[in-house]
Every structure is written in C-alpha cells, then in structure tokens.
Design a protein around this ligand. Structure first.
Ligand SMILES: Cc1cc2nc3c(=O)[nH]c(=O)nc-3n(C[C@H](O)[C@H](O)[C@H](O)COP(=O)(O)O)c2cc1C
Length: 273
C-alpha cells in the first residue's frame, strides 16, 4: 500500500509536506492552486508553487476554462520546478467555484474534463483527478462519477467518497469503491482513513494507494503508523515542523494553522461543512 498526503489548503506547504514525507508519506500534494490566478501572475498564488526540495510532490490545480489551462501549460516551463505529477481538483465545494462550473461541478462535465486532461498532459507529467461523488445526493445516485472514471483518460482517480453537500459528520461512503475498481482504472481511496484496520480493508478490496488528509493534520507521523511503526509525540513533531518552516518559509498563516490544528480533530468550514 502507498500513502499519499492530501492537498490541504492553508496547511500543505513545503514544510508540512516535507514533515509528512519524512514520516512515511510516499507522495504529497500542494494545496489547490487556481490556474486563472497563476496566469494573471498573482504573487501569493505563484508562491504556492513551493517545490523547494526533493519531497515527492504533485501540483493540484483548479482549472475550468481550457484557454486558461493552455496559457498555464505555455508558462509552466519557465517556473523552473519539476513535480512528480499534476492533479486536477474536481472536489472543491465552494459556491464561488461551483457557480463557474468548477470543482465538484466538473464531475458530471466529462467532455470538459477530458479536454482539460488532454491539455495538461502536453507537459508530459502524469495527470490525476481528485473527485467527489458529484455535487449532491442526486448526482451521486446517478453515479456521475462512474461515467467520468470510465470516459476520461486520466492516470489516476482519487476519490473522496462524499458528494459536495455532505458534512464530515456523515462519513465517507466506502461502498462505492468496488464498482469504481471494476472500471479497471487506477483508483485511489480518500475520506476518513485513519486506522490500520482501514488499510487492511482497502488492501482486501484491491486498492493500492490511499490519500490521507485530516489524520495527517492531527499527527503527521500517521503515515508511519499506518505502515506499522508507532506515532511520534506532538511535542517532537511541532519542534521538527518549526525547523522545517524556518528552512522553507511560506506565508505566516501556514505555521499558525499547522501548530494550532496538530493534535485536534479538524473540521474545515469550506472543505468539509
Ligand atoms: C483544511 C483542509 C483543506 C483542504 N484543502 C483541499 C485542497 O486544497 N484541495 C482538495 O482537493 N481538497 C482539500 N481538502 C479535502 C482533503 O484533501 C480530503 O479530500 C478530505 O479532507 C477527506 O480526506 P480525510 O478524511 O483524510 O481528511 C481539504 C480539507 C481540509 C480539512
């Protein structure tokens, strides 16, 4: 089993990704980066492309308009960074993103997504999609996510097993995974994975990679725990994180967020209502 650190807005900067990598994450992701803002050269957005060391990192992009993504593809070689892969966000539940047809609203827009994947693949990196089960319960029941998985030629499908209207208290619906695996596509499981028994379950049904979000915020050594070692104390983790945050500085909010969220159960208003 391989373990991926989830894209985490306000949390997964270079220092946090590096800490998780040191504690067993096999692959990490930047937080969602808006392609429109990159193309407009927004300074704080460009700063999110913080691949400052050899931590294996994928770049998560929020893209809706093919034209914008084409412009990004042209500019990318000038950024001087070399990610492991790209990921497109098809899960953001924010109304300002949904209203433009982006984030979780893209799950049913198979043709548009296929077009975006084709454009991004021109850079020569693997391209995965991080999806929800649709915008709402109706879309989930119509299994819009299955059409997308079948029809789009992406290198992996990371499935956060909730629709975009679900609260974290409702629990992710892992029963959808066997049917997703039946498509023969590369499926990565996400949502509420915290324990070794969860990993045993996913191994049993044929999942080879899982993505971990809030459990890593609570304790970044969760990756080595899930790989059968013990977790490390918060005191040690905070010390190590501080050193990394000084070595790979980013906006002050990351340090504040990471240090205050560690050890706690986190419920993000935006990402998990
Ligand atoms: C603080 C926070 C920030 C998040 N930021 C992003 C993001 O930038 N992109 C994204 O696709 N998902 C984001 N998510 C969702 C997570 O990547 C993940 O799909 C979700 O938390 C479920 O996994 P978990 O149960 O392991 O936390 C965020 C979640 C949280 C709690």
């Amino acid at each position: 089993m391989k373990f991926w650190l989830a894209p985490l807005e306000g949390v997964s900067d270079c220092a946090f990704r590096t800490l998780c990598y040191q504690y067993g994450a096999d692959l990490t992701f930047t937080e969602m980066i808006r392609v429109d803002s990159l193309v407009r050269k927004n300074k704080s957005t460009l700063a999110l492309l913080d691949l400052k060391n050899d931590t294996p990192t994928g770049i998560q992009l929020l893209a809706v308009k093919p034209e914008m993504l084409k412009q990004f593809v042209k500019k990318f070689p000038f950024y001087g960074i070399d990610p492991v892969c790209f990921n497109l966000n098809l899960g953001c539940p924010s109304p300002d993103v949904i209203i433009q047809g982006g984030g979780a609203a893209l799950v049913k827009r198979t043709k548009r997504v296929a077009e975006l994947v084709t454009i991004l693949k021109k850079l020569g990196y693997p391209v995965s999609l991080k999806i929800r089960l649709g915008l709402n319960v109706q879309e989930k029941e119509h299994k819009v996510y299955l059409n997308l998985i079948r029809d789009v030629d992406a290198d992996a499908f990371i499935i956060h097993a909730r629709h975009a209207r679900q609260k974290s208290s409702e629990g992710a619906d892992w029963t959808i995974f066997p049917e997703c695996l039946d498509t023969g596509k590369h499926i990565v499981a996400n949502g509420d994975i915290t324990e070794r028994k969860d990993i045993e379950y996913f191994k049993k049904i044929g999942i080879k990679e899982v993505m971990i979000g809030r459990a890593a915020i609570r304790n970044p050594s969760v990756f080595q725990y899930l790989k059968s070692k013990e977790k490390v104390s918060l005191e040690v983790l905070k010390k190590e994180y501080n050193l990394l945050a000084n070595k790979y500085p980013s906006s002050a909010k990351y340090k504040k967020n990471v240090l205050s969220y560690m050890g706690k159960d986190m419920h993000s208003q935006k990402w998990l209502m």
